[in-house]
Design a protein around this ligand. Structure first.
Ligand SMILES: Nc1ncnc2c1ncn2[C@@H]1O[C@H](COP(=O)(O)OP(=O)(O)O)[C@@H](O)[C@H]1O
Ligand SMILES: N[C@@H](CCOP(=O)(O)O)C(=O)O
Length: 300
């Protein structure tokens, strides 16, 4: 008997879970409550996520990603409340920077999973556009009592050159995950599953690769392995450049996401430190001599 009112209510709303007697095991999760219950994974949306997550978009994307063969089958997805259940994928390792290093071929398997997703032909309802997302998060934050890191607006202004370079030679939009945290990658050793479609949308496909590189703490060899598996060949300077530029840009965006968590009193971690660390890394990456070289390659 599950002794948790919220969990019981959630289960009662999902036909596949109603009346289940298997014990519920709480899994990791930064903003939501995620449980394993028998053959299923149940996700109860976290407080405040309705401000910035479109659950109808997520439901479409999660189903399309499952159809593309990169994500577990969706058993239930309520486009209004965001209550979701998927098939639980057994015998996987939830990825971490250490696991991406120690599990041979893991960056390549992640690259191959992205290639499958991006080439799937899926049409996600949301358009994930970095600078529109920054504006949106700034608007949400303007109604909250949280200070931006000093110099944030200056760096956004500086990123104007990045925006111009990226749009000068824009790649066709692809259905992207857009939030490839390492914990969203589940490795069987033969293939990489991807979960959690909350932020997904049509996007520049190189965003997914750059973001995973940062989240997975990849070194240059791991970047190359991921890109070679993705392209099925050595990447050209322009694609490599886009990937590297997005490493800094995802830090610029997720800094604001961290501040929203801080304002919403999310207890999962110290989100002031999280935002400061991401913003500092963004500035370091943008100041690197290689960054200008990659910008040049993107424009060429
Ligand atoms: N279908 C699934 N099968 C196995 N494990 C899963 C599944 N879905 C999620 N998980 C595990 O639960 C964790 C948290 O899920 P996630 O949806 O990413 O929550 P959050 O968005 O709050 O981080 C994942 O890191 C993964 O380990
Ligand atoms: N987009 C954020 C993390 C979102 O985490 P989730 O666990 O709520 O999906 C980031 O990249 O930091």
């Amino acid at each position: 008997m599950i002794d948790d009112k919220e969990l019981q209510t959630a289960m009662s709303m999902i036909p596949a879970l109603a009346g289940q007697t298997d014990p519920a095991e709480r899994l990791g999760g930064l903003t939501n409550k995620v449980y394993r219950i028998g053959r299923h994974c149940l996700r109860i949306p976290g407080a405040g996520t309705e401000e910035y997550i479109d659950r109808a978009n997520e439901a479409v994307a999660a189903r399309a990603a499952a159809a593309a063969g990169v994500s577990p089958k969706v058993v239930h997805a309520d486009p209004t409340t965001g209550l979701m259940a998927t098939e639980f994928i057994d015998d996987t390792v939830t990825m971490s920077p250490e696991a991406f290093k120690s599990r041979r071929g893991a960056p390549g398997r992640a690259g191959a999973a992205f290639a499958k997703l991006h080439a799937s032909g899926a049409d996600f309802p949301f358009r994930f556009e970095l600078f529109a997302m920054i504006d949106d998060y700034l608007r949400i934050l303007s109604g909250k009592d949280v200070a931006l890191p000093e110099g944030y607006h200056d760096v956004v202004a500086e990123a104007g050159a990045v925006r111009e370079a990226l749009s000068a030679r824009a790649l066709p939009l692809a259905p992207c995950h857009c939030d490839p945290l390492r914990e969203n990658f589940l490795d069987t050793g033969d293939r990489m599953w991807i979960v959690d479609w909350e932020y997904s949308g049509m996007n520049d496909p190189m965003w997914d690769l750059g973001d995973l590189s940062v989240e997975g703490g990849f070194d240059a060899d791991q970047d190359e392995e991921m890109m070679r598996a993705y392209f099925g060949a050595e990447p050209n300077a322009r694609d490599r450049g886009r990937m590297v530029i997005y490493k800094a840009m995802c830090d610029l965006l997720w800094t604001l996401w961290g501040l929203i968590q801080l304002a919403n009193d999310n207890p999962a971690e110290d989100f002031r430190a999280y935002a400061n660390t991401r913003f500092a890394r963004c500035k370091t990456l943008m100041a690197d001599a290689e960054f200008s070289m990659h910008l040049k390659a993107v424009r060429a």
